[in-house]
Design a binder for this molecule. Sequence first.
Ligand SMILES: [Zn+2]
Length: 244
Amino acid sequence: MAAYDIVALSAFSDNYIWTLRDATHAVVVDPGEAQPVLDFLAREGLQLAAILNTHHHADHVGGNAPLLERFPVPVFGPRDERIPETTHPLAGGQRFRLPHFGIEFEVLDIPAHTRSHIAFLGDGLLFCGDTLFAAGCGRLFEGTPAQMHASLARFAALPANTRVWCAHEYTESNLRWAAALLPADDPLAPAVRERLAQVRAVRDACGFTIPTTIGQELATNLFLRAGSPEELARLRRHKESWRG
Ligand SMILES: [Zn+2]
């Protein structure tokens, strides 16, 4: 397996298009728009090797069609007719090798944000779309709290050093919410406050707070700690009504 880097391409106001690249090729995860990808490929002189999609929302797949016009590459995504460009429909437990890079990915079924949402796990990397965020989790558009609880439990069981590449920059707002909610004597409170200070410094310098790690999330993510689907549902309701 060749050496590669992972580059963040920004899209819309707070989306990340995670891009694996080596000297000649790139693979993009959830290209919500094509132009940032096309600009990057042209600037760096790279060929596109594949597209990965975690779920069908437009801010994750909107760039598929225009990218395919220029680069007719395989598209790996969930079994869902709402992503018509998919060439390799996948379900949980399936494995595949990333074209050109050779990384073997395992597919995880993680319904909740959408009913067919998947994640890609391989080489110590987790691309989890809109399911797990740094210090947060995705909204329940098509699934239940029990499904989100089960999906997050799968992530919590991964090695602590697994690097987590979620699709949005929500970290500071998530941590401000958590810091406001947690009583001062909660065991997580010191780690949440410390991480909030670090994240503020990164954002003030216009940096990215992703990737995070499973270990960091276990120490600071209230949704990963939720002991039951009911507790997770309470946290989600609180988060959605919170104006901090
Ligand atoms: Zn989404």
